[in-house]
Design a protein around this ligand. Structure first.
Ligand code: 5AD
Ligand code: SF4
Length: 348
């Protein structure tokens, strides 16, 4: 009998892409997806640790599987992803019934080994995501990603090109490039940068739509802007995390830009790219954030005119640089700022 599997994914598009890769490998292996954990022989939990809340949700789901393990002796549970990278030891202690733990930086290899061990079928797989780089070397002071996923490693341009052509030939007309910071892509095997990837992909006749996630403002070059402006196939919805409107807080966050740089960048993009909409990420209650700092965030939000935003209360992550700063904004103040920010975003 073929084995059944259930995958639960927390966190960002990188995790969604990793889970897709695991899904693909399990399908290749002849396994069958099922709708509930209780019907599964294999359960994969792809975890997130970017904020405490995300980690708690993944771990509480994992904790709830203990009884299933008693009922089904053949059940194998895999805990994978970013929370595993940074909490491996804690997981072993807290969840001794979990069979395998695989950190985020090994998920790709793991997915590959699943498919190799059990190659039975060869289904065509539709997936719009093409990962162009893994990890991140920006070290924003609040962010766990460089530790959970490792430093940025760019894939070879030739490999990316081959993958895009395969996808296009298989009938995928939409491609979404993924990386923690796609704009900083530099090919290890030639001179190509992210603008070249966009330009070439948009030039393929089978490709109708090209999107990408996610962009760091400091690396969004004029070359990238003009390639987007020229190519109608490239999405006009761009996600550009702003994080704060206070230069002092942006400095403490190690974001490497100022509020006026961000605003000028947005202005330039709007002038050049017709029909552009911008979404963003904002953190409130970073250590030492004053009412005045927060007002500057509100001010930048008003000027930048976002389509929508993901807004977060600062969550201290052990191992990051800002973990060493005192988390001194009381939770009530964080909540109050978050609600004022969300009200403003709804109005604009
Ligand atoms: N606390 C709050 N928000 C965070 N983010 C990343 N790390 C933290 C943290 N420690 C937010 C940032 C990032 C988004 C994916 O998550 O806004 O852009
Ligand atoms: Fe984290 Fe900053 Fe890298 Fe984004 S750019 S993943 S916020 S370190």
């Amino acid at each position: 009998m073929p084995k059944t599997f259930f995958i639960r994914t927390y966190g960002c598009q990188m995790n969604v892409a990793d889970s897709n890769r695991i899904l693909q490998s399990l399908l290749h292996a002849g396994c069958i997806p099922c709708d509930t954990p209780s019907a599964a022989d294999i359960i994969i939990i792809n975890t997130c640790t970017v904020r405490q809340h995300a980690e708690d949700r993944a771990f509480s789901f994992a904790g709830g599987l203990k009884n299933l393990k008693k009922k089904n002796k053949n059940l194998k549970i895999y805990l994978v992803g970013c929370a595993v990278s940074v909490r491996g030891e804690l997981i072993k202690k807290r969840f001794p019934f979990i069979d395998y733990i695989i950190p985020a930086y090994e998920v790709e290899k793991f997915a590959g080994s699943l498919a190799e061990n059990n190659r039975q079928t060869n289904k065509k797989f539709f997936d719009e995501f093409v990962t162009i780089s893994r990890g991140c070397s920006n070290y924003c002071s609040y962010c766990i990603v460089p530790y959970a996923r490792g430093e940025e490693v760019c894939r070879k341009y030739a490999d990316i090109q081959r993958e895009i052509k395969q996808r296009a030939a298989a009938g995928n007309s939409k491609i979404t490039f993924l990386g923690q910071n796609v704009n900083s892509y530099k090919a290890p095997d030639c001179k190509a940068d992210f603008a070249d990837i966009l330009n070439e992909t948009a030039g393929l006749k089978d490709i109708e739509k090209v999107s990408f996630l996610t962009s760091h403002p400091k690396d969004l070059s004029d070359k990238i802007i003009s390639v987007i402006a020229k190519n109608k196939k490239i999405s006009r919805e761009i996600h550009l995390a702003m994080q704060s409107g206070s230069d002092r807080i942006l400095g403490l966050m190690n974001r490497q830009y100022t509020a006026s740089y961000y605003l000028e960048l947005v202005g330039k993009m709007r002038r050049e790219i017709k029909g552009l909409t911008i979404t963003t990420d904002i953190i409130v209650g970073f250590p030492s954030e004053t009412e005045e700092d927060f007002r500057q965030t509100l001010d930048l939000v008003k000027k930048a005119r976002f389509r929508s935003a993901f807004t977060f209360k600062y969550s201290p992550r052990e191992g990051t640089a800002s973990f060493l700063l005192k988390d001194d904004i009381p939770v009530d103040v964080k909540k109050e700022r978050l609600s004022r920010l969300n009200t403003l975003l709804e109005m604009h």
